[in-house]
Design a protein around this ligand. Structure first.
Ligand SMILES: Nc1ncnc2c1ncn2[C@@H]1O[C@H](COP(=O)(O)OS(=O)(=O)O)[C@@H](OP(=O)(O)O)[C@H]1O
Length: 423
């Protein structure tokens, strides 16, 4: 018994030693293999073509997405990443992004420091890979719809390939403005559509980062499957004179969406945002008027200047035909989001999927919110920097500003063929 036990003991020891030796040899080889970018193919399903498999995979991703909470950011959907990327990419979730208090891409904080920059939480942005969760199959749509959209002829639209997760493409549709118009609401609403994928943060490519080149820009985009539309929003594009020609150089077919809002309310909203970061800011009327006793408006102040929509639109119409621009009413986006979203879906050539059913009015927030935002199954409202309480402005100044904007508004109605009812 003893000798057989001893023999067993020796055999066990030998086995353990052999296993340890094998591990010592195999582990580095495996690690090297991972570093050489191949682990993913071992760990994740490989989708060789964009077809039924890809759709099912994406659908499964959506179903497994972690839920968010009311007025809280949903969790970032975990898109499988190559092992080495997991180590080198700094993942930024909604909450870390929110705490940065900006719509801008990480590393753009200097740019953010510019006057009136945005302070709210976009969704799910990851540094170096600001792709969003979603882009999934929607039962209601019966799959990815045929939209017959025009792929830009530009060589910049050539996209990289990456097995399984679609391709990064330059945006085919951009929300170009206007600041404080309701651009975040529109982006979050439209991205609920299964055929839309969007960058959460504002890339500011065409105004501040143009020198970084189209490859940089394209790499910010989420991966899309065939038939899905890539979008971004940067509200400052609308008022930057160089931008129309630059977007045209990327693709003459780019679809442009402008969310417009009563320029007086927009100016106050803009001022409110700045005030939230600089509480010692002079009074609104001191900035809006050169001389408020005689009602002389200071059109050099950006909060006023941005509202001269007709002026800015002239730049765009030199490069794009009217039909390539859609003007969304910021007011109706609040009172009747489904109606505006129907217009947006038609304009983008998308099947009408987003409807009344997707929204509910949140009494506490005072705004429409999504019942099921992209990548989440729980209701969600925009963050606290959207829908701020505005300071009370003397009715006399409001009236003077209305008078100031009136001819510009009428011109804008004429140019767009739409009456926004701001008078
Ligand atoms: N559904 C919903 N929820 C919350 N807020 C909504 C919504 N729809 C439109 N808005 C209005 O959007 C205004 C902010 O506009 P933007 O997102 O374009 O601002 S920014 O330019 O990105 O800073 C924001 O302006 P303020 O009310 O002045 O904060 C809102 O009035």
């Amino acid at each position: 018994m003893d000798s057989s036990n001893g023999l067993l003991h020796v055999k066990t020891k030998k086995t353990i030693l052999a296993c340890t030796a094998a591990m010592i040899i195999i582990l580095p080889v495996y690690l090297f293999y991972c570093l050489a970018c191949c682990c993913e193919t071992l760990q994740e399903p490989v989708l060789h073509e964009v077809g039924a498999e890809a759709k099912l995979y994406d659908h499964a991703q959506r179903l497994s997405a972690e839920p968010g909470q009311l007025t809280e950011p949903p969790q970032e959907r975990q898109i499988p990443q190559p092992h080495h990327l997991k180590h080198h990419h700094h993942y930024i979730t909604w909450s870390t992004w929110d705490s940065q208090g900006t719509d801008e891409m990480p590393g753009m904080q200097n740019a953010v420091a510019q006057e009136h920059s945005e302070v709210d939480a976009p969704l799910y942005v990851r540094n170096g890979d600001p792709a969003e969760p979603g882009g999934t199959l929607n039962e209601a749509s019966g799959g990815i719809s045929e939209r017959g959209r025009t792929q830009a002829a530009s060589p910049f639209n050539a996209s990289n390939t990456f097995s399984g997760f679609g391709q990064r493409r330059l945006p085919e549709a951009i929300i170009i403005g206007v600041k404080k118009g309701g651009t975040r609401a529109l982006l979050e609403f439209i991205r609920v559509h299964p055929d839309v994928r969007a960058v959460g943060a504002e890339p500011h490519f065409f105004d501040r980062n143009y020198d970084k080149g189209f490859e940089w820009y394209r790499n910010l985009m989420p991966r899309t499957l065939e038939g899905q539309l890539t979008m971004e929003k940067t509200p400052s594009y609308f008022v930057t004179p160089e931008v129309p020609a630059r977007i045209h150089a990327m693709s003459a077919h780019t679809k442009l969406i402008v969310v417009v809002r009563d320029p007086v309310t927009r100016a106050i909203s803009d001022y409110t945002q700045t005030l939230s970061k600089a509480p010692r800011l002079p009074a609104f009327e001191d900035l809006a008027f050169r001389n408020h006793s005689i009602g002389l408006v200071d059109s050099g102040w950006s909060a006023v200047r941005i509202g001269l929509y007709a002026k800015h639109l002239e730049h765009w119409l030199r490069h794009f035909p009217q039909q390539q621009l859609l003007f969304v009413s910021g007011e109706r986006l609040v009172t009747d989001p489904a109606r505006e979203l129907a217009r947006v879906q038609d304009f983008l050539g998308l099947k009408r999927i987003i409807s009344d059913k997707h929204f509910y009015f949140n009494q506490t927030k005072g705004f429409p919110c999504l019942k099921k935002p992209e990548g989440s199954s729980l209701p969600h409202c925009l963050g606290k920097s959207k829908g701020r309480r505005h300071p009370a402005i003397n009715a006399r100044y409001i009236q003077q500003l209305r008078e100031f904007y009136k001819p510009f508004n009428l011109k804008f109605y004429q140019m767009t063929g739409q009456d926004f009812g701001w008078e």
